[in-house]
Design a protein around this ligand. Sequence first.
Ligand code: PEP
Length: 252
Amino acid sequence: MDVSKKLVVGNWKMNGSLAGNAAFLEEVTKSAGFGCAMAICVPFPYLAQASHLLSSASEIALGAQNVSEFDEGAYTGEVSARMLSDLGCSYVIVGHSERRTLFREDDGTVGRKARAALGVGLLPIVCVGETLAQRNDGVTLEVVTRQLDAVAAEVDGLAVDRVVLAYEPVWAIGSGLTATTEQVGEVHASIRVWAQRVFGGGVATKILYGGSVKPGNAAELFAVPNVDGGLIGGASLVARDFLAICRAAADY
Ligand code: PEP
């Protein structure tokens, strides 16, 4: 991972089709060569297709959206970190708020998934963030720190530059609501201090912002101190929009 460049990661969530993916990836690979690092996290069934289509564009990394906390064995329906690595993934998202809420993943599970990823050389993108109720109660920083501490407890001793952190306020995901630059700046500064304290070299840790990032707001979000890039949901489904966000990230 190049720590000097911003990182823009697309999260397609449960979207895509063989034909649509091929058109998207062709457009993105044609235009790649940006001054930012890029990754696209696709649904499991499309990993092999995307791996093949991205093989000519070495600056665009492949990622998955989830991983099993277990290494192998009798876990029907699970996908292991080793399998993701086999398919050419470099990244995997863990602890996305949709998985925490809809699939009841707790902090410990998220930490174990991050550990499983690191164990095979994948870079986990660990998502943290508060709900609207938690923000209104004034406990945003406590919630985020608790989620981070749970991961640190599992990945203790592993290299700081191999974990990507993503601050994603739950209320801003897919809602069209974006955190203000002040709100983003406050949480990212707090995560940076946490990374320095816990990992002992937090400057190397990439901290992404996610939550309704669009071509129109990407530049101002990427200008906030301690924002090292973005995790992009909805806008990563449209090649033109995703590329515009990558261009905004390349300006720094
Ligand atoms: C996400 O899914 O991680 C996300 C940030 O979604 P959106 O950009 O659509 O808010």
